[in-house]
Design a protein around this ligand. Structure first.
Ligand code: GLN
Length: 555
């Protein structure tokens, strides 16, 4: 019989519910249970695929090709378990399913209502993972904040499930305990109100996780326990940590997993070791030397390239380094100089200097101060000239450079323009009339009119060229990586590229699509059409990121 854990949040958003859900998953997994983590997002979009990253950050992609919330990335990075399309739901998808059923006549003449039809659909999608996929624990995170109108159907579904499942369902509620400087006091009132709000929906939280910037003493925890009808051992505090990866250990120390198990009547037993995880944390604490990586992209927002920065961070840790990621706005980069040579002259080939970015240097000078450059994924025309400029700088100065998806495409365009002499080379995405479409629309994408969920999505096989740098990095010749794009390398140009030194070293075995390009004569210059960042986890850092970081250190 599966057990269900609901994770909700109150008071404010951005408390890190995803990290707590992932930590609970991690801790129960360490006890030998088969777990899965699911997220419900209360917006009407069918999936976040059509959302601007400024709305909810990066769009994560599962192996089975679902575009999802970035929290699924945390679930996979923490637990190492792949998620699927059943792990990510939105209100839009729920309503669509219900409306489709109504049109088919499945409801036999009934009036379709939020309760019970929408709530039943939600319940079904929670129980599906337990009943049909046989997980011991299904952890369901509800996006948004309690009190939002959008969350109401989810709370009603949880209320019903808790009633039906009894001990087999618990609710972990996250709140915030602010510190009022003027009064020198930590305040529990917002937590009390948040629990009251939960009670108004008929849900008594079983466990409270209090997010706080300062340590909460027992007296304060006792106060919360008393006011909110929870046991003292069920009031857990989640203080700010130097790294999100410290959170599971902190939660274990306070017995969050044990409290959940006791609530569910499961014998608690020994506390598991978390050996490899702790070794990772130890390495992280010991790493002091920095490696500087410039992320060239157009979204100046921490969450927009979440999986990339986490992958860099995992790889740096295992290379005994701390990664310092500096965002370099590709539009600013392009606006500083129309011609690359102009930029290069101005900078006087700046050697890496500390804190170039903090001293108000130009974006180009900041670029020059990096040990390695990542050219980020993206869509549309805006900012691409800056990415091309970064690719040119890295290629001509032999700076380790990793191009991901659009980043790889920009490496290709730069090479076509400046090495093959095809001045107007471009991607059809940016210039439909380009005479040199070195990046072109995929055949399968030509007749697609609907934007949502129609890209080349999810995991595809990739064959690596024997003897290539990438085959050495991966250590084998067949890999599988996740995709999210519509455009591809135009194979008509491949021979010219290879002749001049940019090689295709990874291709799809069925369609012959170019998946990897590299310039073997350079220190590290690799572009991937896929997104390796979706597969890097704490215990299994991605080999490409590992090797990239190694190259930046050796530089
Ligand atoms: N815009 C490019 C394409 O659709 C690249 C997408 C991406 O970087 N994820 O092919």
């Amino acid at each position: 019989m599966s057990k269900y854990i609901f994770v909700t949040g109150g008071v404010v958003s951005s408390l890190g519910k995803g990290i707590i859900a992932a930590s609970i998953g991690k801790l129960l997994q360490a006890r030998g249970f088969k777990i899965t983590i699911q997220k419900f997002d209360p917006y009407i979009n069918i999936d976040p695929g059509t959302l601007n990253p400024y709305e909810h950050g990066e769009c994560y992609v599962t192996a089975d090709g679902m575009e999802t919330d970035l929290d699924l990335g945390h679930y996979e990075r923490f637990t190492g378990i792949q998620t699927t399309r059943a792990n990510s739901m939105t209100t839009g998808r729920i309503y669509k399913a219900v409306i489709d059923k109504e049109r088919r006549g499945d409801y036999l003449g009934k009036t379709i209502q939020v309760v019970p039809h929408i709530t039943d659909e939600i319940k079904e999608r929670i129980r599906f993972l337990g009943d049909q996929q046989g997980f011991d624990f299904v952890i369901t995170e509800i996006g948004g904040t309690i009190g939002d109108i959008e969350s109401a159907p989810y709370l009603e579904a949880i209320r019903q499930l808790k009633w039906e499942l009894g001990k087999d369902a618990v609710c972990v509620h996250l709140t915030y305990v602010p510190y009022l400087k003027a009064a020198s006091e930590l305040k529990t009132k917002p937590t009390q109100h948040s629990v009251k709000e939960m009670l108004s929906y008929g849900i008594q939280p079983d466990i409270l996780v209090l997010r706080t910037e300062k340590h909460l003493d027992d007296h304060l925890r006792m106060k919360v326990a008393g006011f909110c009808n929870v046991d003292l051992e069920c009031v857990i505090q989640s203080e700010d940590m130097p790294s999100i990866y410290e959170v599971p250990v902190n939660m274990q120390r306070q017995g969050l997993d044990a409290a959940i198990m006791r609530k569910m009547g499961i014998p608690v037993g020994e506390t598991p070791e978390l050996g490899p995880w702790n070794r990772f944390l130890q390495l992280r604490r010991e790493s002091v030397e920095e490696v500087r990586i410039g992320l060239v992209g157009k979204y100046d927002l921490q969450d927009a390239y979440k999986s990339i920065s986490e992958s860099l961070s995992h790889a740096a840790t295992y290379n005994h380094r701390k990664v310092r990621i500096t965002f370099i706005n590709s539009e600013t980069l392009a606006s500083e100089c129309s011609e690359y040579s102009e930029c290069d002259e101005k900078s006087g080939h700046t050697e890496p200097t500390d804190d170039a970015e903090r001293n108000g240097k130009s974006a180009f000078a900041v670029l020059c101060a990096q040990d390695g450059i990542v050219i980020c994924p993206g869509f549309g025309q805006r900012g691409i000239e800056g990415k091309i400029l970064a690719a040119q700088y890295a290629r001509t100065h032999d700076v380790p450079c990793f191009g991901i998806c659009l980043g790889m495409q920009m490496m290709v365009i730069e090479f076509a323009r400046n090495v093959l002499g095809l001045k107007d080379a471009n991607s059809r995405e940016m210039d439909a009339q380009t005479p040199h479409n070195v990046i072109d629309i995929m055949e399968s994408q030509k007749n697609i009119s609907q934007m949502g969920g129609t890209m080349r999505l999810g995991a595809y096989d990739c064959d690596l060229t024997p003897g290539s740098r990438v085959s050495g990095i991966y250590g084998h010749l067949q890999v599988s990586e996740r995709h999210r794009h519509r455009y591809e390398f135009n194979n008509l140009y491949l021979a010219d590229f290879e002749l001049k030194g940019m090689k295709c070293t990874g291709r799809n075995p069925e369609t012959d699509l170019v998946e990897i390009v590299e310039i073997p004569d350079l220190r590290w210059y690799i572009g991937t059409q896929f997104h390796p960042e979706y597969q890097s986890t704490v215990l299994h850092p991605h080999p490409l990121f590992m090797d990239f970081i190694k190259a930046t250190i050796n530089k």
